[in-house]
Structures are given as structure tokens and as C-alpha cells.
Design a protein around this ligand. Structure first.
Ligand code: COS
Length: 392
């Protein structure tokens, strides 16, 4: 049976997130964007309300909510401001490899720490010369007795400047390509250096930094999963988190659609509101259809995870389609506003800038198409259960 009806509990969760977005995020979003303000107070409120770390299992202090329920929250908070939501949601990306691959002790220590008080964890995969091509990374982790020595630099790290902990991917076998990568939890105090805060086009309230590791000593027990199995851990992590990114993209698109619809009903040209002109109506109609389709794909990709199914293909469908929808809808929202849409005094200009990153982070739209093509042409992978693949 397929049923798109949310339970009362899910509706309440969505309402909670929407209220938070409306009262705490929206009133400051455009100002924070302009100034590039780090939203510490909002993060604290989100943490207090239980809107952070929502996927941490109950045994480690989190609520352990379903992926679908997480997407409901992510769409609403992103409707408020996707930059602030990126800061709020970053722990979900960084903790996913811990949940999937960490030992019992590592999970207790770090997942427990994040749920005891507001702490941040960053996901460190990308490097200056290794973006889409993950296995091209140069950061190394060399085993010395009961420790690993990590050396290298990671870029575009969300929350990197403020994180307490980092999930770091590094080469443990330089000659083994993707089969020579391992993942570790690294504490900031062990010598992580924050080199640079990026000045970005959009999502300006989120922090994006370069972080470096110069002979950083990491206890061997902080290895996540098995040595040299980090690539698959990263891929499985992205399968788990791309539905959330798709939900965020849907939230941006919905915000732009609402602004454009309201404006079209108010703005009078040729003697009638521009919403009366078919050219504008068709743009509004296409926005509405695309948002609906993006949400359905998002929900499907999350529900597959909740059902324990491998969702690689559908999470790439969802992420690709929702990200491209966010870009298209925000572009057309600017078009509906005409010249005013190009001006910072009007809300859609920010949404247009924010939307762009959705086509870039957690795998570009081109990488999603690559995954879709591979999964479609060789569907073998989609039939493997997620847990078995992560351990394989
Ligand atoms: N789940 C589990 N295993 C997976 C997997 C998945 N979703 N995708 C690939 N694998 C496995 C493959 O089965 C293969 O296994 P074997 O070693 O047993 O052969 C291995 O991983 C390598 O896969 P593949 O050959 O497809 O790797 P590529 O180097 O071609 O890379 C892409 C594949 C491009 C899809 C991957 O590098 C990617 O997702 N890049 C984008 C990274 C990204 O999103 N960066 C953003 C940073 S996070 S903000």
C-alpha cells in the first residue's frame, strides 16, 4: 500500500519545525545573510527544542526519528533559511558515519556528547583537488602504534570553524585508490587548524571553512568501521543524507513559490494583477508541479531508508531533481518579480543565491546523474541491502 497521509505525530513535528522557522529563523534570515552572521543563538534554540541531532538513536541520547520525519523538519527549516538550516543540520551528515560505522565506545562518547549539550561535528571529505572524485584525496592517516597520524587539508567544510569534532576521511593506503580510504573521529583540541572562512554567494549564515591536520594524533579506536573501507562508508552516508538535502531544496523552492505567488497577486501591470496573465500563471503552475514532484521523490527516498532498503538510486533522483527544481523555481521567482527580483530589498534574490549550492554540495547534479545512469544501467547495486553493503 502507498499512503501519502502523514500521521498526527508527523504533522505535529512539521508544525513545530514550521513555527520555529517562522518565529526564530525568518525574522533574521535576510539580515544574517547580508552580514554573514553565525547563527549561534538559533542553533542553541534548535538544540533546546530537539530540532538538532534528530537521527541519533535513542540509546545514545537522541530521538532517533525516522528519515521521513527528518525530511519534514528539514523542508520547514530550509523554508525559513537554508543557510541557517545547513548549520543546524550539519551534525546529521557528520554523525551518519559514526552511527553507521563507529564502535560502541565511539558512539557512546561522541553521539552522547552531542546530545548532552550543544556541540558541533563537521564532515570532512572534500579536498582542494578531490571534490567529485573522492578517491583522489591526499590527506593521509599513518598508523603509529595505537594511534594514527593525520596530515592534510579539507575544504568547504560546513561548520568547520565552530566544530568540536570532525569526521575525517584519509588515505590509509595511498596506492589502493578508493580501497585505501578510512574514516576517523577527530577532536578539534587535538590540533585541528581552521585556516579560512569562505565568503560565499549564498547560504551566507552557514560557516564554510578550510581545516588542516598537521601530524594530528588520533587514537586507533576512533577509526570508523574497518581500515580501508571508508569510501563505502562515505557513499552509504551520502545515501542516508541526500534525502535531507532534497528536502531542503524543496523548502527553498516552496519559499520562492510562495513569495512569487503573493507578489503576482499584488503587482498590477496592464490594468490587472500579473497573476491574471497566462505567461505568469504557467510559471506559477510549473513551480507548483515541480515542488510537488520534488517532495514525493524526497519522501520516497527517505521512506526506503526507513524500510531498510538500499536507496542509492532514488536518493540521487531526489537530490538531483529537488536541487534543480530549487534553482529553476527561484530563477522564475526572480522573473515574476521582474527588475525588483534583482534587488536585495526583495526576498527572492537571496533564495536565488541560496538555491545554487543545492546543485553543488553533497554531490553535484552531474554526479547525481552519474549515479542514476550507473544504477539504471547496472541495477545490481540497488538490490543489495544497505547494512550488508556498508559492511562489505
Ligand atoms: N553504497 C555502497 N557502496 C557504493 C556506493 C553506495 N552508494 N557507491 C559506490 N559504492 C562502492 C562500489 O560498489 C565500489 O565497490 P568495490 O570497491 O567493491 O568495487 C566502490 O564503492 C567504488 O565505486 P565507484 O567505482 O562507483 O567509485 P567512483 O570513484 O567511480 O565514484 C561517485 C563514484 C562519483 C558516485 C562518488 O565518488 C561520489 O559520490 N562522488 C561525489 C562525492 C560527493 O558527494 N561529495 C560531496 C562532499 S560531501 S558535502
Amino acid at each position: 500500500m502507498v499512503d501519502f497521509t502523514l500521521t498526527d505525530e508527523q504533522k505535529n513535528l512539521r508544525e513545530l519545525a514550521h513555527d520555529f522557522a517562522e518565529k526564530e529563523i525568518r525574522p533574521v534570515a535576510w539580515e544574517y545573510d547580508r552580514d554573514g552572521t553565525w547563527p549561534q543563538e538559533i542553533l542553541q534554540k534548535a538544540w533546546d527544542l530537539g530540532l538538532m541531532n534528530t537521527h541519533i538513536p535513542e540509546e545514545y541520547g537522541g530521538p532517533g526519528i525516522a528519515h521521513l520525519d527528518g525530511c519534514l523538519i528539514e523542508e520547514e527549516l530550509s523554508w525559513g533559511c537554508s543557510g541557517i538550516q545547513t548549520s543546524i543540520g550539519c551534525n546529521a551528515l557528520a554523525t551518519a558515519p559514526v552511527v553507521l560505522g563507529g564502535s560502541e565506545e565511539v558512539k557512546r562518547k561522541y553521539l552522547g556528547a552531542l546530545t548532552e549539550e550543544l556541540k558541533l561535528m563537521s564532515f570532512c571529505l572534500t579536498e582542494p583537488d578531490a571534490g567529485s572524485d573522492v578517491s583522489g584525496m591526499r590527506t593521509t592517516a599513518v598508523k603509529r602504534g595505537d594511534k594514527y597520524l593525520i596530515n592534510g587539508s579539507k575544504c568547504f567544510i560546513t561548520n568547520g570553524g565552530y566544530a568540536d569534532y570532525y569526521t575525517v576521511y584519509a588515505k590509509t593506503d595511498k596506492d589502493a585508490g578508493h580501497r585505501g580510504i578510512s574514516a576517523f573521529v577527530v577532536e578539534r583540541d587535538w590540533g585541528v587548524v581552521v585556516d579560512k572562512k569562505e565568503d560565499k554567494l549564498g547560504q551566507r549564515a552557514s560557516n564554510t571553512a578550510t581545516v588542516s591536520f598537521n601530524d594530528v594524533e588520533v587514537p586507533a579506536e576512533n577509526l570508523l568501521g574497518e581500515e580501508n573501507k571508508g569510501f563505502k562508508l562515505a557513499m552509504t552516508t551520502l545515501d542516508h543524507t541526500r534525502p535531507g538535502v532534497a528536502a531542503m531544496a524543496t523548502g527553498i523552492a516552496r519559499a520562492a513559490f510562495e513569495f512569487a505567488s503573493d507578489y503576482a497577486k499584488e503587482r498590477v501591470q496592464f490594468g490587472v494583477p500579473i497573476a491574471m496573465h497566462q505567461a505568469v500563471q504557467f510559471m506559477i503552475a510549473d513551480m507548483a508541479t515541480a515542488i510537488e514532484a520534488a517532495r514525493l521523490l524526497t519522501w520516497k527516498s527517505a521512506t526506503m531508508l526507513d524500510n531498510g532498503e538500499r536507496n542509492t538510486l532514488v536518493s540521487s533522483h531526489a537530490k538531483r531533481f529537488a536541487a534543480d527544481t530549487a534553482m529553476e523555481v527561484t530563477t522564475n521567482a526572480v522573473q515574476v518579480y521582474g527588475g525588483y527580483g534583482f534587488i536585495k530589498d526583495y526576498p527572492v534574490e537571496k533564495l536565488f543565491r541560496d538555491a545554487k549550492i543545492m546543485q553543488l554540495y553533497e554531490g553535484t547534479s552531474q554526479i547525481q546523474r552519474l549515479v542514476i545512469a550507473r544504477e539504471t544501467l547496472a541495477p545490481r547495486r540497488t538490490q543489495q541491502p544497505a547494512a550488508a553493503t556498508a559492511a562489505a
